[in-house]
Design a protein around this ligand. Structure first.
Ligand code: UD1
Length: 423
């Protein structure tokens, strides 16, 4: 297993290119299952989660070709051979559940293993299943698999009212509804940019969708979908992560491809902390010129609120802020596993249930720490950038699920960081 060694090295300066969104790509890829014709995605990120989804689609008989060093994915589901997603692949990644909606809609039946994924709470899939039931599907949980069957003649449109906002359930239901008979209304739908991106790709394939980006999405089912070429939206979580690098260790960095509308709530918090964010023709320029940042309170919420996927990284910033910050995690229970690791670096953090109170300290000190999940692992790298001495982050395979070329990107702006084989 590899480790990443980071040594605090003062202010950063330069540019960081931001990749296409992992979470968008992981829902755009299963959309290929809806059509016999090819779907091509450009601006795909080069990540292990994308390779896992590739393996899953290939196990169903889809062709997936990775072109231009992995940035283009050319897919075809013309000759699918299976509608069963096996545990061995699904357990590696929760987003695997996103093949269920497309398979059920196109073939009338599917079997998908219940997923595993990040260790950040229970993360059930009941809302996905309820949505399919509202479209007439019969579902049975047996041997660790969801066995789903559409009524004779296929899924039918229905009213799906989500009791709370779920990104994955909205995506799954949206894909299934494109081929259902009649009209489906998704109420209390997620409004994330990744949902809008999926809707735009499905529209290019011929789907009739209205209201994406609002909490009510209406889908008029069509008989079949065609092929399309689609560019994956910018990864707002990678963007926010790298915006925090100069915020934490000072300097000025331009994140190429970023826009404020992807991260408005996050940008407001940076502003309140004393970080300047400016839109440029190529992206977002982030600068910290003065001394310590100010403490700010943060509550994670569905889009357009502050993203849960940036909570760990924001905590790394607030560890050295002037004053006390309160972070409330409202999306996932058990998503403060980075806190004990940050404490090892000298942070002062008290966690009670879903609330973390961070008392800013003067500086952090390098220490050996362990990555526990994807976003936690990058928060430790960010903290290491600002710490005195050397921080050794182990279990970095979590990082490879969501950040491509993290060492190269941070080195490019002057960070002292290297990846080594564990001793
Ligand atoms: C997606 C993202 C993940 C991100 C999260 C929130 C992907 C692959 N993953 O996850 O990185 O952290 O959105 O932005 O895009 N829930 C249920 N039942 C369900 C579904 C969800 O109870 O059937 C709960 C979850 O446990 C959680 C909340 O709903 O507490 C929100 O989850 P959801 O938005 O569905 O997150 P994911 O789609 O899993």
């Amino acid at each position: 297993m590899d480790q990443i060694i980071v040594t605090g090295n003062g202010p950063l300066s330069g540019q960081i290119p931001i990749a296409g969104a992992k979470n968008a790509c992981l829902t755009l890829m299963p959309a290929t299952l809806l059509s016999e014709e090819p779907l091509t995605l450009t601006n795909a990120p080069r990540l292990s989660d994308i390779r896992t989804m590739t393996t899953l689609l290939q196990s169903l008989g889809a062709e997936v070709q990775s072109l231009q060093d992995g940035q283009v994915l050319a897919m075809s589901s013309h000759d699918l051979t299976s509608t069963r997603a096996e545990y061995d692949i699904v357990r590696k990644m929760r987003a695997s559940i996103l093949v269920l909606g497309p398979l059920l809609a196109r073939f009338g039946h599917a079997e998908v293993s219940l997923p595993g994924g990040c260790a950040i709470g229970a993360r059930p899939v009941d809302l996905h299943l309820k949505a399919f039931e509202a479209m007439g599907a019969e579902l049975e949980l047996r041997d660790g698999y969801v066995h789903a069957k559409a009524p004779v003649g296929g899924l039918r449109g229905g009213i799906v009212e989500f009791p709370f906002v779920s990104v994955g359930a909205t995506e799954n239901a949206l894909m299934a509804a494109t081929l259902a008979k009649g009209t489906t209304v998704l109420m209390n739908a997620a409004r994330e940019p990744e949902i809008v991106d999926l809707a735009q790709c499905l529209q290019k394939m011929g789907a009739q969708i209205d209201g994406e980006g609002t909490s009510e999405i209406t889908v008029q089912g069509v008989d079949r979908l065609g092929g399309a070429t689609h560019r994956v939206v910018t990864d707002r979580i990678e963007l926010g992560t790298y915006m925090l690098a100069p915020a934490i260790c000072g300097g000025e960095v331009e994140c190429l491809g970023g826009t404020i509308n992807l991260l408005a709530a996050f940008c407001e918090k940076l502003d309140a902390a004393g970080i300047s964010v400016e839109e440029t023709p190529n992206g977002l320029k982030v600068a910290r010129k003065g001394g310590r940042v100010s403490a700010v309170d943060v509550t994670t919420e569905p889009f357009p609120g502050f993203p849960t996927d940036l909570q760990a990284q924001m905590m790394a910033l607030l560890c050295t802020a002037e004053g006390t910050s309160v972070l409330e995690e409202k999306i996932f229970e058990n998503r403060f596993m980075h806190a004990p690791e940050l404490i090892r670096m000298g942070a002062s953090i008290d966690v009670h249930g879903g609330t973390a109170t961070v008392k800013g300290v003067d500086h952090l000190k390098g220490a050996p720490v362990m990555a526990t999940d994807l976003r936690a692992s990058v928060s430790l790298i960010l903290a290491g950038l600002a710490a005195e001495g050397e921080t050794v982050v182990s279990r970095v395979y979590h990082l490879d699920r969501g950040y491509e070329h993290v060492v190269r990107k941070l080195e490019g702006v002057g960070a002292k960081i290297e990846r080594v084989k564990e001793q």
